[in-house]
Write a protein that binds this ligand. Structure first.
Ligand SMILES: Cc1cc2nc3c(=O)[nH]c(=O)nc-3n(C[C@H](O)[C@H](O)[C@H](O)COP(=O)(O)O)c2cc1C
Length: 181
């Protein structure tokens, strides 16, 4: 089958959406982010336009939280992608708890990851924060009997850029490493 070259476009979708939390001037602020991912087995990368309000707090404190979005609080999360802290105070949007390491965690998020910034790969007008994972907080309802996050129960919301739609994770299609026996 011949594939058509559609150009140098973003096509690595769908990807999980997160709400990044950080403290700015002693108050929490929240920003919706789709371009984030795993780096090594100890770090995450979060890609943020440098002009965003939240970058100021991340640069100053070196701490942030990654709150994994599920459908139960998607509407509020979506709002964090349309309002900037440069124009409106978002600190009252969520009920939150301060993490053990100084990053604000969203109480509605069933999974929140607390991170410390280890580096910043600046590219074009983006900060790419390389974030060391310090702690992972999970609601008991999404943990299995082994204490691990159960992705049959916990369904992160996914996003795709071309049509600006949200999805949720879907059906199991195989057991990793056991598909050719
Ligand atoms: C679905 C979605 C995904 C987004 N992903 C990103 C992203 O990966 N990086 C980014 O810099 N902005 C992203 N944004 C835009 C910011 O969330 C938005 O501009 C926000 O208002 C910035 O807030 P702040 O200025 O308070 O930090 C996304 C917006 C939406 C709706």
């Amino acid at each position: 089958m011949a594939k058509k070259n559609i150009g140098a476009v973003l096509a690595l979708y769908p990807c999980p959406v997160i709400v990044v939390g950080a403290m700015v001037d002693e108050k929490p602020t929240w920003t919706l982010v789709a371009h984030a991912g795993t780096v090594a087995h100890s770090h995450l990368m979060v890609s943020l336009v440098q002009a965003h309000y939240i970058n100021k707090g991340i640069r100053a404190n070196g701490k942030l939280s990654v709150n994994v979005v599920d459908a139960s609080w998607l509407a509020e999360a979506d709002k964090m992608g349309t309002i900037s802290g440069n124009k409106a105070d978002k600190s009252g949007t969520f009920s939150w708890t301060m993490g053990e390491n100084g990053a604000p965690l969203i109480n509605d998020a069933k999974v929140s990851i607390e991170c410390e910034v280890d580096g910043n790969y600046e590219l074009e007008h983006f900060d790419h924060f390389i974030c060391k994972i310090l702690a992972t907080y999970a609601d008991e309802t999404v943990l299995n009997e082994k204490g691990k996050i159960d992705y049959h129960t916990f369904k992160p919301v996914l996003f795709e850029f071309p049509t600006y739609e949200y999805f949720v994770t879907g059906d199991k299609v195989g057991d990793c490493g056991k598909m050719n026996r």
